[in-house]
Design a protein around this ligand. Structure first.
Ligand SMILES: Cc1cc2nc3c(=O)[nH]c(=O)nc-3n(C[C@H](O)[C@H](O)[C@H](O)COP(=O)(O)OP(=O)(O)OC[C@H]3O[C@@H](n4cnc5c(N)ncnc54)[C@H](O)[C@@H]3O)c2cc1C
Length: 284
């Protein structure tokens, strides 16, 4: 079986893993980043970047990339049902972020573009690239060597996965073919490919809400979870609403929140109101 060494192995190339890899690449630290998906997120997911997040991106030297692409959220416009109940009217207009909070603005940019910016930046900083279709199947920690800074005490066995088209269901998009929400415990027979043992000083689990790494280490999720249901969809809308490029709230009784995504794409995002329930088991 192939064996290799790296200082830091990041498992998962979502926003968390890509951000860390970019930062380590900038510092010229030896890092590898793997992901079981064939490609990055291509649509949907997150699109709001708070000003504190933008401050950190600016510190990485990436602010101009976001300035070029992101949609600035300066104001929130509140619409409510009108008096006759057959339409809506503007009832308030607020600043999105309290003045003085930050020297940078809260912006919207689709997660697909955010991930693309990081993938590009880490390549430019230190030639780091996401190694895709790789999934960890075993993690061992040699605890006796943990204090020895010259050692590589962690061994992660990873295996190559076949691309979607090889399974004959290439039309099924990421997330359905191989969910990024569920850690694969028992790979499908067809998923069994070549294996490699990666020895590292640190392994970082950036593999999402149902982290495989966290379970290997027997760690519990810290914090709370809640059952809040809401939808999100990006749509091309024909409208003469004057503030369509702003963040809108309560556009109608049905749509609780509504705001635009990036400047580059005239494709606003609608957030239909969700139901919430307290208590009970968290839904898968
Ligand atoms: C519709 C929608 C709207 C959202 N809006 C916002 C928003 O406005 N602002 C905001 O901050 N957040 C938002 N979020 C949440 C945001 O998308 C997530 O918080 C974010 O993606 C989490 O990043 P992550 O890197 O921790 O995990 P993930 O994005 O889940 O990435 C985990 C990565 O690890 C990989 N992986 C998982 N298991 C393994 C494994 N066993 N082996 C190898 N790789 C593995 C996955 O393929 C994936 O690429 C939204 C989410 C959705 C769905």
């Amino acid at each position: 079986m192939k064996e290799s060494q790296v200082d830091i192995l990041i498992i998962g190339a979502g926003p968390a893993g890509l951000f860390l890899a970019t930062q380590l690449a900038k510092l010229k630290i030896d890092v590898r980043i793997i992901d079981k998906q064939a490609h990055r997120v291509l649509r949907g997911h997150a699109d709001g970047l708070q000003c504190r997040t933008m401050e950190v991106f600016a510190a990485l030297g990436l602010k101009s990339r976001f300035d070029d692409e992101a949609h600035e959220c300066a104001e929130v416009v509140i619409y409510s049902p009108n008096d006759s109940g057959d339409g809506i009217k503007e009832t308030d207009r607020l600043v999105d972020t309290l003045p003085g909070t930050s020297h940078v603005k809260h912006v919207n940019l689709g997660q697909d573009r955010v991930e693309a910016i990081f993938i590009d930046a880490m390549q430019k900083f230190n030639n780091v690239e996401v190694e895709r279709l790789l999934q960890p199947v075993d993690l061992q920690v040699d605890r006796q060597k943990l204090d020895d800074s010259s050692s590589f005490p962690i061994s992660v066995t990873v295996q190559t996965l076949p691309p979607p088209e090889q399974l004959g269901n290439g039309d099924v998009q990421s997330g359905l073919y191989r969910s990024n929400l569920f850690a694969t415990e028992q790979p499908h027979e067809a998923d069994r490919g070549a294996q490699e043992v990666i020895r590292c000083r640190y392994v970082v689990g950036c593999d999402g809400a149902r982290s495989w790494v966290r379970r290997q280490l027997g760690l519990e999720l810290q914090g709370d979870s809640s059952n809040v249901y809401w939808g999100a969809f990006d749509a091309i809308i024909k409208t003469d609403l004057p503030s369509i490029r702003m963040k809108l709230c309560q556009v109608t009784i049905c749509w609780n929140r509504y705001h635009c995504t990036s400047r580059g794409r005239p494709c606003p995002r609608l957030y239909p109101d969700g139901r919430s329930s307290s208590g009970g088991a968290r839904q898968p």
